[in-house]
Design a binder for this molecule. Structure first.
Ligand code: PLP
Length: 385
């Protein structure tokens, strides 16, 4: 049995998405900027796709810019605001659990003279709204806090963050790559000025994403060239991918969120029956519907990943192997896990294609693997003294 539970990393392209994209490679391949019928046809498809993305968050089509994905959208938002607002201030507030696309962009800006505040999070990954209020100064130009965390599924209260930012007159960007279509967002009701999205997390193609930029927000463009995308992102648009992205959005059904959450809780329930386990991140409604992240004490995540892979189950760990150095995930240490405990964490991320049969098979296999690994675990021996 093959079970794909790494949908937080990427998802399979829905067959209907692929079908919708195909004609834009082989028949309707015009450049959306060309004036002839091929170009007009491509441009029409591009604008329709833009409308679909905009409607999903109650934005205007002119507020949606297509990019190459979440990473580019995050870069565009943060650097774009930073360089456009230098005369107002040099202070940016973010959190310690952001995706590297945000954290490393902030670190780069720090080297260029910007001051960055990294808000700490609690055990479940939530920022402290009072601390956010206290950290905003008259030099603060941007707050960038993710909507939902990619590792532990924490859904931050972007409504409350937006209200604070509006009160203080500071722009607010949120990385919504993991939450898009899973947690409703209405930009007319929520005070968020910039949002980042990516298609490949929602059964769309890789290499395309979007950024929402509230009308009137001033942004310095990062890429120079043609006047595509309202003169904010130069380069020939990837029409086929935009069409696929929009189709992926249209295919999301509201009721599937609750179904995925039910399977998530079935998996959490089954895995938590294994002794010495702990759930990372919150339970229930404040957790992404498809995210499960569990610590298995006395086990090394990488061994577990490989053993599960041998049984056909794809999951991920929070650790990043860099040469021989096994660094624990920054997110897991930020929520207070000791490095050795963080190393025993596994992330399982579901999709609408996940089934109860797959979940039950996974629970059964994880139990076996944990038992086997614990029998030979030096960590366990150390613990037992
Ligand atoms: N932000 C978050 C929260 C993510 O999970 C990811 C991808 O894992 C990204 C940004 C980067 O998106 P992309 O792969 O489209 O560049």
């Amino acid at each position: 049995m093959k079970v794909y539970l790494d949908n937080g990393a990427t998802t399979k392209v829905d067959a209907k998405v692929f079908e919708a994209m195909k004609p834009y490679f082989t028949e309707k391949y015009g450049n959306a900027s060309s004036l002839h019928s091929f170009g007009r046809e491509a441009n029409e498809a591009l604008e329709k796709a833009r409308q679909v993305i905009a409607a999903k968050i109650n934005a205007e089509p002119g507020e949606i810019i297509f990019t190459s994905g979440g990473t580019e959208s995050d870069n565009m938002a943060i650097k774009g605001v930073a360089y456009a607002s230098q005369d107002k201030g040099n202070h940016i507030i973010t959190s310690t659990i952001e995706h590297p696309a945000v954290l490393n962009t902030c670190k780069m800006l720090e080297k260029k003279g910007f001051r960055i505040t990294y808000l700490k999070v609690d055990r479940e990954g939530f920022i402290d709204l009072e601390q956010l209020k206290r950290e905003i100064t008259d030099k603060t130009i941007l707050v960038t806090i993710m909507h939902a965390n990619n590792e532990i599924g924490t859904i931050e209260d972007i409504g409350a963050i937006g209200r604070i930012c509006k009160e203080k007159g500071v722009l607010f960007h949120s990385d919504a790559v993991q939450s898009f279509t899973k947690v409703p967002i209405d930009v007319k009701k929520t005070n968020v000025d910039l949002l980042s999205f990516s298609a490949h997390k929602i059964h769309g193609p890789k290499g395309i994403g979007a950024i929402y930029i509230r009308k009137g927000t001033s942004l310095k463009k990062m890429q120079h060239g043609g006047s595509q995308e309202f003169n904010l992102r130069a380069g020939t648009e990837n029409v086929a991918a935009a069409v696929g992205f929009a189709k992926a959005v249209q295919l999301v059904k509201e009721k599937e969120i609750a179904q995925i959450a039910k399977l998530r809780d079935r998996l959490i329930g089954g895995l938590r029956k294994i002794p010495d386990t702990m759930l990372n991140g919150p339970a229930g409604k404040k957790r992404l519907c498809n995210n499960v992240n569990i610590v298995f004490r006395f086990i090394e995540g990488e061994s577990m990943l490989l053993h599960l892979d041998a049984k056909g189950i794809a999951v991920s760990t929070g650790s990043a192997c860099s040469q021989r150095d096994l660094k624990p995930s920054q997110v897991l240490t930020a929520i207070g896990l000791r490095p050795d405990v963080a190393h025993g964490s596994i992330r399982f991320t579901l999709s609408r294609f996940s089934t109860a049969k797959e979940i039950d098979y996974t629970i059964k296999c994880v139990k076996q693997v944990v038992e086997n690994l614990r029998q030979i675990s030096p960590l366990r021996r150390g613990y037992d003294g």
